[in-house]
Write a protein of this length. Structure first.
Length: 167
């Protein structure tokens, strides 16, 4: 009989496991900020109070105010499957999974997939509303709108003036 020797895989050092956990937490925090910036509406938001993501900024900025509002309304949490409570629960779920003794990658990936789906649903709703608006434009309106997009690109994002601090 031939004798086989099994070599055990060396265990990951504890510090490396901690580093991976911290790295994952930082990645989740960044993903959360991006997702939050996308769906947030109102003053003081990380994107200047607007619900658009950088790629959509020129498209939204070039629209008239009432049509801009229409697109933002499509992004409202109440009008899609996820609300603030549900989004917060995703983060709390991941935090709980990270505290477990054993790292459950599949469980965390499942939560991340749900978060991604929620973000994509919001993006799809905004895009559909935007396309509905554009579809109703005649050729001259679309050409003027295209000029507006180019102007928005030249201007860049709107910035709020900094308030002077009083001594």
């Amino acid at each position: 009989m031939a004798q086989t020797t099994q070599t055990a895989k060396p265990a990951l050092p504890r510090g490396f496991k901690i580093l991976l956990g911290v790295s994952l937490a930082v990645n989740l925090a960044v993903a959360g900020l991006v997702a939050g910036a996308f769906v947030r509406k109102g003053p003081g938001g990380p994107m200047g109070g607007n619900a658009e993501v950088n790629y959509a900024r020129p498209y939204i900025q070039a629209l008239p105010h009432d049509q801009r509002r229409e697109v933002f309304e499509a992004l409202r949490p109440a009008k899609r499957d996820g609300n603030r409570t549900a989004r917060r629960a995703y983060y709390e779920n991941v935090a709980t999974l990270l505290r477990a003794d054993a790292f459950d990658r599949a469980a965390i990936e499942a939560v991340l997939a749900k978060q991604s789906a929620s973000t994509l649903n919001a993006q799809s709703a905004g895009q559909a509303r935007w396309l509905n608006i554009i579809e109703k434009m005649d050729v001259e309106e679309r050409r003027a709108y295209a000029d507006g997009i180019e102007e928005a690109l030249k201007r860049g994002p709107k910035r709020k003036p900094k308030q002077k601090q009083s001594n």
